[in-house]
Design a protein around this ligand. Structure first.
Ligand SMILES: Nc1ncnc2c1ncn2[C@@H]1O[C@H](COP(=O)(O)OP(=O)(O)OP(=O)(O)O)[C@@H](O)[C@H]1O
Length: 252
């Protein structure tokens, strides 16, 4: 795939008129958004704006109350995370879902381990695929055999993103992927996120850091109290405008 793959016209993800209520609470209202292959879209908004709820809707954790989700122009119903994964959608959370006691390569395949013709774990394949992906994404870890608990926060998040990349054919959802990391680790993880563009995967990222949003995203979608306030091309906006949209304190 070319290093700077160009977005096609068919969105990898198309959300139309999504609404989500929890009892009497309306968490998301009339929300529509497209994400294209190779595009990074940032979701920003204040606490409680509905960002995590949206990620959970796209990852199959919460079915929407109404509205539609299309993957590659096909309307899909995803009533659990397994169905979303089967559609090529993977999520990376801030609190990592890695097995601490296990090796990097076991984590890459957690719950989806390949077996060889004798019905045994195909470790050779797991290690080879892990090593290749870690190299491609430049995730700096001692080896595929390293135990997760011995890695730094940045290395772990690198493994989590590498795992998502291994399984996601369409879309990766990142929910505050660097919230727990230091400056250098954050820079490395951001580099890995940017490298996903060349794999033609769509990325939807939640971040509270506007600096990060401006470093990574192609477009920024602002949410306030469950409503989409607007979408801006990152190159055509600035932090002041986005802050005004998030807070609703100024005209935009
Ligand atoms: N499972 C749930 N049950 C009831 N209400 C919920 C549930 N999940 C989210 N909400 C409500 O939906 C609204 C949106 O919450 P959400 O967590 O999506 O916001 P957020 O933008 O991700 O916030 P933060 O930045 O603080 O994580 C909030 O009012 C929240 O209380």
């Amino acid at each position: 795939m070319p290093a700077n793959a160009i977005s096609t016209n068919v969105p990898v993800l198309q959300l139309t008129d999504i609404r989500k209520t929890f009892g009497g609470i309306t968490a998301i209202e009339k929300f529509s958004l497209d994400v294209h292959p190779g595009e990074i879209v940032a979701l920003v908004g204040d606490n409680g704006a509905g960002k995590s709820t949206l990620i959970k809707i796209v990852s199959g954790v919460h079915p929407p109350t109404s509205g539609s989700i299309a993957i590659d122009n096909e309307i899909v119903a995803m009533s659990n995370a397994t169905m979303a994964r089967a559609r090529g959608i993977e999520v990376v959370y801030q609190d990592l879902a890695l097995a601490d006691q296990q090796s990097v390569y076991m984590n890459m395949f957690l719950g989806r381990e390949p077996v060889n013709r004798f019905g045994l774990l195909d470790r050779r394949r797991m290690i080879a695929e892990t090593e290749q992906l870690v190299k491609e994404l430049d995730v700096r870890i001692p080896s595929a055999h390293a135990t997760i608990r011995d890695l730094s926060g940045g290395q772990r998040q690198g493994v989590a993103i590498a795992r998502a990349t291994h399984w996601a054919s369409k879309l990766i959802l990142l929910d505050e992927p660097t919230a727990a990391l230091g400056v250098a680790e954050t820079a490395k993880v951001e580099e890995i996120v940017l490298s996903l563009k060349s794999r033609n995967i769509g990325v939807l990222i939640i971040s509270h850091s506007l600096d990060q949003v401006f470093r990574l995203s192609d477009r920024i979608c602002v949410l306030r109290r469950g409503r989409q306030i607007g979408v801006r091309k990152t190159a055509e906006t600035d932090k002041n405008q986005i802050v005004a949209m998030i807070t609703g304190l100024q005209e935009h």
